[in-house]
Design a binder for this molecule. Structure first.
Ligand SMILES: NC(=O)c1ccc[n+]([C@@H]2O[C@H](COP(=O)([O-])OP(=O)(O)OC[C@H]3O[C@@H](n4cnc5c(N)ncnc54)[C@H](OP(=O)(O)O)[C@@H]3O)[C@@H](O)[C@H]2O)c1
Length: 333
C-alpha cells in the first residue's frame, strides 16, 4: 500500500456536518502506539448516531469514526504487540474520542487491543463486532443463572429487538446454549429469518409496547433486552423467579418505568451490559468462545458487506430500525 490510504472523515464547521471518504497519510493519525492495517469494520447503532451528527460523542473534528475493527499489526511501539499479530478492537471509545476503524490504517492504544483467537478470522470477528460481542456477554449473563444459583436450569429466554445486530446474534448463541428462545420483533416479514437463527416463538412487538402490569404471569428465565422503554418494563413484569435480565440497549427508549414487585416477590436480577469498557481478560474469554456459539455460515447469509463509500448510503437505515442482521465494512472493497 502506498503512503496514502482511504478513510471516512467526519467534519463539522458551524452548522455544516460532513462525511466524506478521503485519501490521507499516517501523519493524520494522532492517537495510540500500535498501527494496524484494517481488514474489516462494521456498523453498530452507535456508529449510526456518530455518522449522523457525531451523536454528542465526538468532541473534536475532523474525526475518523468506526467503533470496531479487525486487522493485522504493521507497526508497534508497544512490547505487547508485534508486526503480524492479528487483532480485534471493540469499544474503549475508539471511533468516539479516539480515531476509529473506518480507515484502511488505524492507530490505537495497545491496551485496547485483543489478540484474535486462532479459531476466528478477522472477517468473522467483525461479523460479530460490538453488537455480537454484547450478545455473547448477555448470553453468558443469562447462563450465569445456572452457576450463580447453583444449578437452577434456564429454559425460556426472551430476546427483544430480535432482528437487530445484538438481538439476532443473541438468538443464535442462546439457542446454542440449549435454551428455548422467543423473539420480539416489529418486522412480521422476518419470522422465517428469526426461526432460522433458532427462535422457537415469534412475538409481535405491539404485544410488549403497552403499559405493563405491576407483575405479570412469569414466563422467562432470562431476557436479553436491546430496546428499553415499555418493552423492557413488560419483560421485567413477565420474568420468572430468580430470572436474569440483560439490559443492553435503548433502540426504543432510555426510559424505564417499573415497580418493585418483580424484584421483591420474584428476586429477579437486572444486569447492565457495558461492552465498551469490558476488561481485556473478559474480552479474551468471550472472543475465545465465539466459535462454539456462532454458526458463521448461517450468520453470513444475512450480512450486508459494504465499502466505506457504500456505508455513507447505508448508515441511516440502522437509525430507522431497518437493518436485519449485521453490516460488515470491507476496507479493501
Ligand atoms: N450496552 C452495550 O455495550 C451495547 C453494545 C452494542 C449495542 N448496544 C445497544 O443495543 C441496541 C441495539 O443495537 P444493535 O446494534 O442491535 O442495533 P440494530 O441492529 O439497529 O437493532 C435494533 C433493533 O431494535 C428494534 N427496534 C428499532 N427501533 C425500535 C423502536 N423504536 N422500538 C422498539 N424496537 C425497535 C429493531 O428490531 P425488530 O424490528 O426486530 O424489533 C431493530 O432491528 C442499541 O440501542 C445499541 O446502542 C449496547
Amino acid at each position: 500500500m502506498s503512503d496514502q490510504f482511504k478513510a471516512l472523515i467526519l467534519n463539522q464547521e458551524g452548522e455544516n456536518f460532513s462525511r466524506e471518504v478521503k485519501s490521507i497519510d499516517k501523519s493524520f493519525l494522532k492517537h495510540g502506539d500500535v498501527t494496524v492495517k484494517v481488514d474489516y469494520s462494521d456498523l453498530n447503532f452507535k456508529d449510526g448516531m456518530i455518522l449522523k451528527n457525531g451523536g454528542r460523542l465526538v468532541k473534536e473534528f475532523p474525526h475518523i469514526p468506526g467503533i470496531d475493527f479487525s486487522g493485522k499489526v504493521i507497526d508497534s511501539e508497544n512490547s505487547k504487540f508485534n508486526e503480524g499479530d492479528e487483532v480485534i478492537l471493540t469499544g474503549f471509545r475508539v471511533g468516539e474520542i479516539f480515531f476509529g476503524g473506518y480507515s484502511q490504517i488505524a492507530k490505537v492504544n495497545a491496551d485496547f487491543l485483543v489478540k484474535k483467537p486462532e479459531s476466528l478470522t478477522t472477517k468473522e470477528a467483525m461479523i460479530l463486532g460490538t453488537a455480537g460481542f454484547t450478545s455473547l456477554m448477555s448470553a453468558f449473563a443469562i447462563q450465569a443463572r445456572e452457576s450463580i444459583l447453583l444449578g437452577e436450569k434456564v429454559n425460556d429466554v426472551l430476546v427483544t429487538g430480535a432482528t437487530g445486530g445484538v438481538g439476532s446474534v443473541a438468538i443464535m448463541a442462546l439457542t446454542k446454549m440449549g435454551y428455548n428462545v422467543s423473539a420480539v420483533t416489529g418486522k412480521d416479514s422476518k419470522s422465517d429469518y428469526l426461526t432460522s437463527l433458532g427462535a422457537k416463538n415469534i412475538i409481535n412487538r405491539a404485544e410488549f409496547d403497552k403499559d405493563p402490569r405491576p407483575i405479570d404471569k412469569g414466563l422467562w428465565d432470562g431476557v436479553v433486552d436491546t430496546v428499553g422503554g415499555k418493552i423492557l418494563a413488560n419483560a421485567i413484569a413477565q420474568t420468572k423467579s430468580n430470572g436474569i435480565i440483560s439490559v443492553c440497549g435503548n433502540a426504543n427508549s432510555n426510559e424505564l418505568n417499573t415497580n418493585l414487585l418483580p424484584f421483591m416477590l420474584r428476586g429477579i436480577k437486572v444486569w447492565g451490559m457495558d461492552s465498551a469498557n469490558c476488561s481485556i481478560k473478559r474480552r479474551g474469554f468471550i472472543w475465545g468462545e465465539a466459535k462454539n456459539l456462532i454458526d458463521f455460515d448461517l450468520l453470513e447469509k444475512s450480512v450486508l458487506t459494504v465499502s466505506l463509500e457504500e456505508l455513507i448510503e447505508t448508515y441511516p437505515k440502522i437509525l430507522k430500525g431497518e437493518i436485519s442482521g449485521r453490516v460488515l465494512v470491507d476496507l479493501n472493497k
